[in-house]
Write a new protein. Structure first.
Length: 160
């Protein structure tokens, strides 16, 4: 009874501050969700059941994008010169999609939650590095604060 205004104010503040991240279909939220899904302790455990399949499909799509940068040797039938209709290229694409789907399913079903498990799943490891790596230098932030500090000096007190 007494905490209801406090709870509603907190929920309103969280929605105002983090609303774009709480809506899981927004582009910024998708990147944050991919960072969490590619992190082994979290995977899809935190996702509401209604959103799991859509985020799983987005994760597979993310791994498809990562598969172009990861050079994994895949056993694909050789392309023959007498193939006029490009069937082998389609088979190669289907094989690659199948490999990505299999790796995503295996990763999400694996009960291991340690970071060492990423060595078994190269595409997931690549996605983990892509989404969970921080900027190696704080120089841009320090420059921003330096410029901001110059604005509040006594020599600039007449600026409106």
């Amino acid at each position: 009874m007494y905490c209801d205004p406090l709870a509603s104010a907190l929920l309103k503040g969280l929605q105002a501050r983090y609303g774009s991240l709480l809506e899981l279909q927004m582009p910024l939220a998708i990147n944050a969700a991919m960072a969490a899904i590619s992190h082994p302790p979290f995977k899809l455990r935190w996702v509401p059941p209604a959103e799991r399949e859509s985020l799983r499909a987005a994760f597979v799509q993310c791994l498809n994008a990562e598969s172009s940068s990861v050079t994994a040797e895949v056993a694909v039938p050789a392309v023959s010169d007498d193939d006029d209709y490009g069937y082998n290229e389609t088979a190669s694409d289907v094989t690659q999609c199948g490999i990505v789907e299999t790796e995503a399913s295996s990763y999400l079903a694996d009960p291991d939650c340690s970071l060492g498990m990423l060595h078994k799943y190269l595409l997931v490891k690549s996605a983990f590095i892509h989404f969970n790596t921080t900027i190696p230098s704080s120089a841009p932030v320090e420059q921003l604060f330096s410029v901001g500090g110059q604005i509040e000096k006594a020599r600039r007190n007449r600026l409106s």
